[in-house]
Ligand binder design. Structure first.
Ligand SMILES: C=C(O[C@H]1C=CC=C(C(=O)O)[C@@H]1O)C(=O)O
Length: 448
C-alpha cells in the first residue's frame, strides 16, 4: 500500500490512529495528589535510579492473552508508535507502562478481576520526575490526533496541576484487622516437603512455591500513600502500581530487576537466597556471612544466575559479575549482576519473554517447575512475580519482577510471597523465611 504523507503521518497510520504527545517542565507537585485526581487506569513506576512516572487514563492500551501474548504486544506497540509525534525532552518520550500475569492462561478470578493476562497503557496524562526536574506530558492516540489540540490540552492540564500541593503528608497506615493464610503452615510445609522430595528424585532441580495472605484492613487503603512510605523504607527498590479499575490495584516494592535494555546493552541480575537482618551490626554481619557461606543458598542462587546467562547467551556477549549481599530494611539477599551486549537489535519484550519466569520465581527445568507450581499452589498468582515495567518506541525499557507485592482495594488486600525450594530445603525453615517477604507491604499496612 502506498503511504501518502500528510503532516509527517502516513495515510494508513491515520486510519489506525496516530500518537501525538507534548511535554513541558512544571514546578514540582505531589505525585500522589496528581494520581488521586486521575481516572483509571492509573499507573506508577519508580526505579532505584530515580526515574519516577505516574499516569492516568489511557491514550492507548494494549491487552493480550494466550501463548502469543508477547507477539501481540510487540505488534500492537509497533502500530501505536509508528509515526509517533513527540515534542519534549527525551525522558518524557512516550512509554507504554504495565506488565503481564505470571502465566499466559491467567484466570482473572478474585482478587484479579479486571487484570488481563497482559496490559500496557500509554497514559493520557503523565508526570515524569528525573534528576530533580518534573515534567507534564499529554498524549493522544486517535486517527484525527491533532498537535494543536494536544498542545492546548497540555496547557489545560498544566493549569489544573498548578492547584495541587507540592507535598502531601504520607498519612497513616489503614491498620490490619485480621490476616488469613490461604495455605496454613502445616499444609505449606507438606507442599515444600513433597517438592524437595521430587527434587531429590531428579526430575526437578528447583521450584519457587508461593503463598497468599488475605488481609482485612481497619480502614480503606490508599495505595499511593503506602508506596510513598515504602520509598522511605526501601529506597533501593522499585515501586509500582497497576490499577486497571477502581476496584483494586496491584502494587509493590520489588528489589529485583528482571531486565533493563538500553540500545544493545542488557542489564539483568540473579537475586535469590534470603536471610533476615540482624538486630545489631554484628548479628547482621553474621547473618550475611551465613548467607554467603551456605552451600544450599549458593546452589539456589547459582541455578538462577546460570539460567539467566543461558537465556542471554544466544543473543550476545554475556558477563556474569561478582556476587554481593543486597541488604534491604528487613531482609538480605544474594545478588549477581548479569550483563550482555547484544549482537543485534532486540525489543525489551523479547528479552522479557526469554527470561520470564527466571528460577528466582519459577524454577528449573521451567516446564517441570511450572507443572509443580500449578499442581501445588491453590490460589491464582495473577500478576505476582511477573514482569512489570515499561518500553518505548525504540524497544528499550526496564522491567522489575513483581515480588514484595499485593493487590488491594477498599478494606481488603492480598499479599504474596514465595521461596525457592531445593532438595535439602527444610520445610519449617522455609516457612519462617517466606514470612519475611510479606514484611515490606504488611509493615506499611499495619498501624504502629
Ligand atoms: C519469590 C520471592 O523472592 C525471590 C527473590 C529473592 C529471594 C528469593 C528466595 O530466597 O527464595 C526468591 O527467589 C518473593 O519475594 O516472593
Amino acid at each position: 500500500m502506498e503511504s501518502a504523507r500528510s503532516g509527517g503521518v502516513t495515510a494508513d497510520a491515520r486510519e489506525r490512529g496516530v500518537l501525538v504527545s507534548r511535554s513541558c517542565e512544571v514546578p514540582d507537585v505531589s505525585f500522589r495528589a496528581f494520581l488521586t485526581e486521575q481516572a483509571v487506569p492509573r499507573i506508577h513506576w519508580s526505579a532505584p535510579d530515580g526515574l519516577e512516572l505516574v499516569g492516568g487514563r489511557a491514550a492507548a492500551r494494549l491487552v493480550a492473552a494466550g501463548p502469543d501474548r508477547f507477539d501481540a504486544l510487540r505488534e500492537g506497540a509497533r502500530s501505536i508508535f509508528a509515526d509517533a509525534d513527540h515534542d519534549g525532552p527525551a525522558v518524557t518520550r512516550p512509554r507504554m507502562l504495565g506488565g503481564l500475569a505470571f502465566t499466559d492462561d491467567h484466570d482473572a478470578a478474585p482478587p484479579w478481576e479486571g487484570f488481563p493476562a497482559a496490559e500496557f497503557v500509554l497514559p493520557a496524562v503523565q508526570l515524569t520526575r528525573a534528576t530533580d526536574t518534573t515534567y507534564l506530558t499529554v498524549s493522544r492516540f486517535a486517527p484525527d490526533a491533532d498537535p494543536a489540540a494536544v498542545a492546548s490540552d497540555l496547557e489545560a492540564a498544566r493549569d489544573r496541576i498548578a492547584d495541587l500541593p507540592a507535598m502531601v503528608p504520607s498519612g497513616d497506615p489503614p491498620g490490619v484487622h485480621r490476616t488469613r493464610h490461604r495455605t496454613d503452615a502445616a499444609q505449606w510445609q507438606a507442599q515444600v516437603g513433597e517438592a524437595a522430595a521430587r527434587i531429590r528424585e531428579g526430575s526437578l532441580r528447583k521450584v519457587v512455591l508461593a503463598l497468599a495472605l488475605d488481609v482485612d484492613l481497619d480502614a480503606e487503603v490508599d495505595v499511593p500513600s503506602v508506596l510513598e512510605r515504602l520509598r522511605r523504607t526501601y529506597p533501593q527498590c522499585y515501586r509500582f502500581l497497576v490499577q486497571p479499575t477502581e476496584a483494586a490495584g496491584f502494587f509493590g516494592a520489588p528489589p529485583e530487576r528482571l531486565v533493563r535494555l538500553d540500545g544493545r546493552r542488557v542489564e539483568a541480575e540473579a537475586l535469590a537466597g534470603s536471610v533476615a537482618r540482624g538486630a545489631t551490626p554484628e548479628e547482621d554481619a553474621d547473618l550475611a556471612a551465613a548467607l554467603v557461606g551456605s552451600e544450599k543458598i549458593q546452589h539456589e542462587q547459582g541455578l538462577v544466575a546460570e539460567a539467566i546467562r543461558d537465556q542471554l547467551e544466544p543473543l550476545g556477549e554475556v558477563t556474569v559479575g561478582e556476587q554481593t549481599v543486597h541488604r534491604l530494611a528487613t531482609i538480605q539477599h544474594l545478588r549477581t549482576p548479569i550483563t550482555a551486549d547484544l549482537a543485534a537489535d532486540e525489543h525489551v519484550l523479547s528479552i522479557v519473554e526469554a527470561l520470564h519466569p527466571t528460577p528466582a520465581v519459577g524454577g528449573l527445568p521451567p516446564g517441570e517447575a511450572a507443572r509443580t507450581i500449578r499442581e501445588t499452589e491453590t490460589f491464582e498468582r495473577g500478576w505476582y512475580a511477573s514482569p512489570v515495567g515499561w518500553f518505548d518506541a525504540e524497544g528499550d525499557g526496564e522491567f522489575a519482577v513483581a515480588i514484595r507485592s499485593g493487590v488491594a482495594g477498599g478494606r481488603r488486600a492480598t499479599l504474596f510471597a514465595g521461596n525457592g525450594i531445593v532438595g535439602d530445603s527444610d520445610p519449617a525453615a522455609e516457612w519462617e523465611e517466606v514470612q519475611l517477604k510479606y514484611r515490606p507491604i504488611l509493615d506499611e499496612l499495619e498501624r504502629r
